[in-house]
Ligand binder design. Sequence first.
Ligand code: P1T
Length: 379
Amino acid sequence: MKFGTKAIHAGVHPDPETGAIMTPIYQTSTYVQRSPGDHKGFEYSRTHNPTRTQLQDALAALDGGKHGLAFASGMAAIDCIVKLLQPGDEVISTNDLYGGSYRLFTKVYATYGIKFHFVPMHDMAAVEAAVTERTKLIWVETPTNPLLNVIDIAAASAVAKKAGALLVVDNTFSTPYLQTPLELGADMVMYSLTKYMGGHSDTVMGAVVVNDDELHQRLSFYQNACGGTPGPQDCFLVLRGLKTLHVRMQRHCENGRKVAEYLKAHPKVEKVYWPGFQDHPNHAVAAKQMRDFGGMISFVLKGDRKEDAIACLEKFQLFSLAESLGGVESLSGHPATMTHASIPAEERRKAGLSDSLIRLSVGIEDVEDLIDDLKQAIG
Ligand code: P1T
């Protein structure tokens, strides 16, 4: 089955009771048992819920995985993965990543004795140099948030296998439409479903997809034991979003390309970060592992001044200034004060994240209107 057909049909089936073609929202916390332990596979909705089961199956199918696990947020999904570790274990993570992931690693799990090494992962030699006998997890986000660096998943998988570590890919920016990390050797794919997968900025959710049965069992244990599970209404919304993922992503990519090219040609723009450009430092890796280049773009205005970036952000009419990304509507953001404020300024500078960086999530509006908005805001 091809991707678009899977996005609409995989994992879901008409309701056996009524024939309802869309997955019902099973708004129930519990399920009647005939006799203690004698039930229809559902005991309590933190553990299993039929709406969530269909979403998890759909997510697994789209990534070519065997098992999907849904969570109440992307952060809850990341939290569940890190729970696989023990004090003394080490993690190698990209140094350019979502600020919330950095905060969870450094402010929560580092205090439990897990050590995190943050390295520029587009340089695989830097990853290899950080490996020790305690390395248990390699954390890849690609393209990275917000600098759109691209990390070679197959190469990272080779390093992880040699080290005896698990490889996770946060695939939030790409979605399975653009890249399928399990096929490239990743052990786990992680999503903030809040973004492109849900696609309509109307719910917060996360997911993990895996192939390995034992890994799935361990993650399911923490999913249930710790309880960061989503409600059925949210699962329904993401299931609905997935049905148009391929159509939306195609348009995000088309609009992304036009916006990136417009910015690159603009005399007041210093630098544009977008992996589709031939001269992007990781373009060859992007072209190898991605099917297109996405709708996330960052840029810096000439002069590299924070106040100019803020003035531009305040002028946007269509690119609403808001945290988040991946919805049908275009958004803009200032990572240094918004999504990445939890990364200390010194660490941000080391990773190349300037206080004058503007991040765009290019939506699926008519691109001429988006370009008109950029024209008036940049001047
Ligand atoms: O917001 P939540 O659903 O909990 O997902 C966290 C998360 C994880 N990974 C990546 C790559 C992300 O971008 C995010 C959330 N990001 C934003 C809110 C943002 O505006 O960048």
